[in-house]
Design a protein around this ligand. Structure first.
Ligand SMILES: Cc1cc2nc3c(=O)[nH]c(=O)nc-3n(C[C@H](O)[C@H](O)[C@H](O)COP(=O)(O)OP(=O)(O)OC[C@H]3O[C@@H](n4cnc5c(N)ncnc54)[C@H](O)[C@@H]3O)c2cc1C
Length: 372
């Protein structure tokens, strides 16, 4: 069997396979979905990258200029397909890994069809945003409305004429709330647990991502102060509408909870216009209503839970010491976590996850090459 196996044909898996190839190392990439970029294929229709094209491409072959500054979902998938072709990568689609086991000097992966493959080196790139998470809200099982996770939300069509509650005001939650408001929902509320740090996607042509990159090295208190000042200059005060400013500094949130700011692609305008109404966090459910943290309740027809993801890695491995208590590998992005075992794509930075995956793919490929 192969000397090097990569799990996941997303951006990170493809980039590391290409970097290995450039160093003379062939690999086999195992992908559960029907094609490369499976995560992106399933995301909502209106989605565009919020990182700029020039800082989102993978090493050796950038995203084509004709895809514009803010790359559409389908164009990103097309790019990933072209990337795999360009480097002639050996991607085995429809191959789901259910378990990883160490065994002597090789790693064995069990497949959902009962098969097993082994390799000397295993590189795991199954995605930081892997397993949709819905909080264990009391009473949810008794509620008669419908719940969709943001991971499976495509567009507003099924929710036309419905009273909607979006739970969570991250990038997905805010954009889905806008999509529902534009797409004919009867009403849209957005439930907020921690007020977001909102930034404009770009100001006078200057993308927010660049601020993160250029200023990210500043000491935390300085960065926090600067980010708060910029937010006050860029984004109007929405506290009258129930959306106050983040009480925690941006860099502190990034460090403590891997938080990235909310890029405004319509939520500010929609909140001001009353098309999206902020409400308190979801607390529990009864058969017919949703109880909120401020003691009020609402009766939506349906909820979109934009409540995040887990890495799903603890379910793949027997060795819990590999991961921290949020399921992120303790060692990732370059060095081996165990002899012959590498992880990439698990670092959240203000410079963007795609850019970070590109950086890590070089580091991991170098480590693997040197260890072979
Ligand atoms: C709505 C949304 C918008 C985003 N926008 C941006 C953006 O603008 N810029 C940016 O930099 N980042 C963005 N991200 C982050 C984004 O997830 C990453 O940039 C990128 O997809 C990470 O690539 P990856 O290869 O690490 O993970 P993924 O793209 O998730 O790829 C992982 C691959 O592994 C496969 N896989 C998983 N488990 C198994 C298994 N057990 N067996 C076999 N195969 C498996 C999956 O099917 C998938 O193809 C966004 C994320 C979301 C949810």
């Amino acid at each position: 069997m192969a000397n090097v196996m990569v799990l996941g044909a997303g951006a990170a898996g493809l980039a590391v396979a290409a970097q290995l190839k450039l160093r003379g190392v062939d690999s086999v990439v195992l992908e559960r979905g029907p094609g490369v970029g499976t995560s992106w294929r399933g995301r909502y229709d209106r989605l565009r990258l919020h990182t700029i094209r020039g800082l989102s491409g993978l090493p050796g072959f950038g995203i084509p200029r004709e895809y514009g500054r803010w790359v559409r979902r389908d164009d990103l998938v097309r790019y990933l397909e072209a990337y795999a072709e360009r480097f002639d990568l050996d991607v085995r689609t429809g191959t789901t890994v259910t378990r990883v086991k160490p065994g002597g000097d090789r790693w064995a992966v069990q497949l959902s069809d009962g098969g097993e493959l082994t390799a000397r080196t295993l590189i795991v790139a199954t995605g930081y945003l892997h397993t949709p998470v819905v909080p264990p809200w009391p009473g949810l099982d008794t509620w008669t409305g419908s719940l969709t996770h943001s991971a499976t939300y495509r567009n507003a069509e099924p929710f036309r004429g419905k009273h909607m509650l979006v739970a969570g005001v991250g990038n997905s939650g805010a954009e889905i709330a806008t999509d529902l408001a534009e797409g004919g929902a009867a009403s849209v509320r957005i439930a907020i647990r921690t007020p977001p740090h909102i930034v404009r996607r770009s100001m006078a042509g200057w993308p927010a991502q660049m601020n993160g990159l250029l200023l990210g090295g500043l000491p935390e208190p300085v960065f926090n102060k600067l980010a708060a000042t910029m937010a006050r200059l860029e984004v109007p005060d929405l506290s009258l509408y129930g959306l106050s400013r983040s009480p925690i500094g941006l860099k502190t949130r990034l460090r403590t909870s891997r938080y990235v700011p909310l890029q405004d692609v319509g939520i500010v305008r929609d909140v001001q216009a009353g098309r999206v109404r902020p409400v308190a966090a979801v607390q529990s459910f009864t058969e017919s209503s949703v109880q909120l943290a401020d003691g009020t309740s609402v009766q939506p027809d349906a909820i979109v839970a934009a409540t995040g993801y887990a890495t799903g890695l603890r379910e793949l491995f027997d060795d819990p010491a590999l991961f921290d208590d949020t399921g992120v590998p303790r060692v990732h992005g370059g060095a081996s976590a165990r002899p012959g075992l590498y992880f990439l794509g698990y670092d959240v930075t203000l410079g963007g996850m795609l850019r970070q995956a590109a950086i890590e793919s070089r580091r991991v490929a170098r480590s693997v090459r040197n260890a072979l």
